[in-house]
Design a protein around this ligand. Sequence first.
Ligand code: SER
Length: 613
Amino acid sequence: MNSKEIREKFLKFFEDKGHTIVPSSSLVPEDPSVLLTTAGMQQFKSYYGELDPDKTIHSNLGKPVGKNAVSIQKSFRTSDIDEVGDESHLTFFEMMGNFSFGGYFKEKAIELAHEFLTKELGLKISYVTVFEGNNSIGVPEDKDSAAIWQKIDPSIRIEKQGMEDVFWGPTGNSGPCGPTTEVYFENAQGQDVETWNLVFNEYFYPGSREELLSGVSEKKLEKLKTPGVDTGMGLERIMMAVQNTKNIFETDLFTVPFPNLIEGVDVKSYRIIADHLRGSVFLIADGVKVSNKGAGYILRRLIRRTIVQAKTVSLPAEALEVLFNNAIDFYGGFYKGLLDQKNNILSIFLEEQKRFNKTLDVGLKEFLKKYPELEAQFIEPGKPLKVHQANKISGEDAFYFHQTYGFTLDTIRDLARRGLHEIDIDEKAFEEAFKKHQEISRAGIERKFGGHGLLLDTGELKAADEEELKKVTRLHTATHMLQAALRQVLGPEVHQMGSDITAERLRFDFTFPRKVTPEEISSVEDLINQKIKEDLTVNIIEVPIEEAKASGALTVERAKYAPMVKVYSIENFSKEVCGGPHVAHTGEVVNFKITKEEASSAGVRRIRAQVAD
Ligand code: SER
C-alpha cells in the first residue's frame, strides 16, 4: 500500500467508527503561544475542558465537530532540526490522529489502535509503554491502560516509563495534558520504532510543559471535567512499517517525489534536501514568507540549507527547481491546495535562492581558498577526505565566515562535510570569538557615548543613546547605498565630500557640477529601495589600506587612514573603507527617501535623506 492509500484507509476506518473527518489546520496556528503547529490536537485544544464540541462551530470545519474526530495534520517540529540527516528525524511530518472529547476514553482508544494496526494494516506490535506514575505531580501509575492491553493481547510486552516519555503536554503556555501509552513495531532492521502515541488528557495545567517538568512551580494540575483522547501517529513511520523499509526515506513519501536523489548523492545531504525542501513547500503554502524572524526565519534556514546541501553534492540549481515541482505534484495529490500555489511556492524559493546564492558563491570561494583541500571534494563529492590539517576548522575562521557572509555554524559544517565524514569546528573558540566581538562592540558603544553625545571614528555620526545608535547605523548604511546609487545614476565623478548623520536624517555632500533632476532623484531612490528589498548582506573585511584602495573600495580624499582598515561592501553594489557601524542586511534600512537636494558650494551638491521606521 502506498501513502495515499494509507491516509485514505485511516480516515475511512475512523469515519466508519463514528468520527468526523476534520481537515488539517494550517501550519501557522491560531494559538499565538506556539510558533508552528506541532501536533494534531492543537486545533482541538479547547474541546478538552472548555468548549462543547457538539455546539461550537469549528473554524476549520465550518460546523461543530462532535465528540469524536479524525485528522491528518501537517506538523512541523523545530526541536529536531539539527538531527535531520539521520534515519528518522524530520522537521515537517504528517500526523494521523483520532480524538475524542468525552465520547470514549482509554478502553475504546486502545482497542481502535490495536484493530487498525493489526487487522487493517496487518502489522505486528513489538511492545507498548504505559505511564509509571509520578508522586511529585500527583499522577498515579496508569494501571488501566496496562490492563486493557493485557486483555486485548495477553502476550503483549508492556513497559513502564516516566514523565519524559509517556506524559504528554501541555503545548504552549497552558493546556490539557495526561499520561500516554505508546505502541512500538519492529522495522526491517530489527529496531523498535515508536509509532502511535495515545494520550489520555485527564488534566489541565495552567503553565508550560517546562514549568510542569521543573518540579518547582507553584502551579498545580487540575482534573478535567470531561477527560479526552488525543492520538498521534506519524505517517512517515507507519509507512516504514507498511512498506517494510529500513528507514523513512525509503518509503514512497520520499522515493516518489525525490527519485534521482537516492542514487549517487551522499545520503545525509539527500535526506536534508528532501526534508527541508518538503518543509519549505508546506510552510510557503500556509502563507509563511522568508524573513529574519519567527516562522519566516525557519523557512529561510530550510531553503538556505537546501541550497548549501545541493552545492556540496554538486546538484545544479535547476535540479532543485525540479524537485520542488515534484514535491508539489506528489503531495498535491492529497493536499490539493498545494497545486493552486505552485507558482507562488516556486517563486518564493527562487527569490531566496537568488538572494543567497550570491553571498554563498563569494563566501564559498574564500572558504575554499582557506581550506583548499576541500575543493577537490567538491569536484568529486562523496570521496572520503584525505587526512589533512584541515580536519578541524578553527573557531576564528568559523567566526569570520559567520560575520562576513552570515554563514551559520550549520552552513560551515555542511560546506566542510564530505559524505558522512564530519569535520570538527572548534566551537569553543567560535563562541569565544563571538563573545570577544560582543565585548568589543559594547566597549565601543560605551566609549563612544561616555554619557555624552556620540562621535564615531569618522566623525559623521551623532547619537545620544542606543536607540539613536540603531537609527544612525541604518542611516549610515543608507549613506553608503546613496553614494553607490549616485555613482551609478550620475556617473563616477561623484565623490564624497562630507557626511553628517543624526538620528533624524543623513546629509551627504558630493562632487557634481549641476543640479540633480527630479527624475535622477527618483532613479536613485528606486535603486536604493530595490537593494533594500533584496535584503543584501553587508560584509566587512579588514585589510591593509593599499589593498583596500587597490580593490576599488571608495575612500574619502584627504582623510587619514590607519594601516589596517575595514572595508564594508554590499555585494557588488557598494564598497567603501569605513569605520562602521553598519546594519547586517540592507533590509534593515526599511525604506529610503531623499528630502532635499541643493548646492553646498561650487561643484558640490548636498542631499538630505531619511529612512522609514
Ligand atoms: N499529541 C500527541 C503527539 O503529538 C498525540 O497526538 O504525540
